[in-house]
Design a protein around this ligand. Structure first.
Ligand code: HEM
Length: 142
């Protein structure tokens, strides 16, 4: 059973999430390594597809922080199934995320959401590293 009022992990408003997400994907679009991966998956230029992506990501973060339960996706699978997402990109993504958070949020909030992103990112990076092992080959049991 899910609770109607989830417990918030740390103080952060939906407005702060919106500001972080807008600033982060603005930097992503301009980024030499990450920009092309997103351009291909979302849209080559800023526009309505990007607003839809940012709305989905804001819902993801509101869910992750415990503000609401409006996100119902499977980010792990999305990254594993996108062959352009490589394990070495996670440190770059996380560095850019942390820098953006420090630029647009109060320092304590920036530190908390960056730590959360790092935990989620570590799990995704591991799954991406393993993707060749689990697709189309029998499991290695020992
Ligand atoms: C290597 C670093 C990363 C890259 C290159 C990357 C790239 C992408 C791209 C291109 C999409 C669009 C969907 C698609 O591929 O079809 C996406 C979606 C998404 N990303 Fe990432 N991402 C990275 C790391 C992360 C991390 C660390 C998080 C969370 C902390 C995250 C959260 C999400 C979420 C929630 C979605 C939406 C999934 C859905 O469709 O429900 N990403 N990402």
């Amino acid at each position: 059973m899910t609770s109607a009022t989830p417990v918030q992990k740390f103080p952060m408003t939906a407005d702060e999430i919106d500001r972080l997400v807008a600033a982060f994907y603005q930097r992503i679009r301009a980024h030499a390594t990450l920009g092309p991966v997103f351009a291909r998956a979302i849209a080559p230029d800023d526009g309505p597809e990007w607003r839809a992506h940012e709305a989905k990501i804001a819902a993801f973060w509101r869910n992750a922080v415990g503000l609401d339960r409006g996100y119902d996706g499977n980010p792990m699978r999305v990254h594993v199934e996108n062959p352009q997402v490589m394990p070495g990109m996670f440190s770059v993504w996380l560095e850019l995320f942390g820098q953006t958070a420090r630029d647009v949020l109060p320092s304590e909030t920036a530190a908390r959401i960056t730590a959360l992103a790092e935990r989620i990112g570590d799990g995704m990076r591991y799954a991406v590293t393993q993707r060749g092992q689990t697709r189309g080959v029998p499991p290695r049991l020992h």
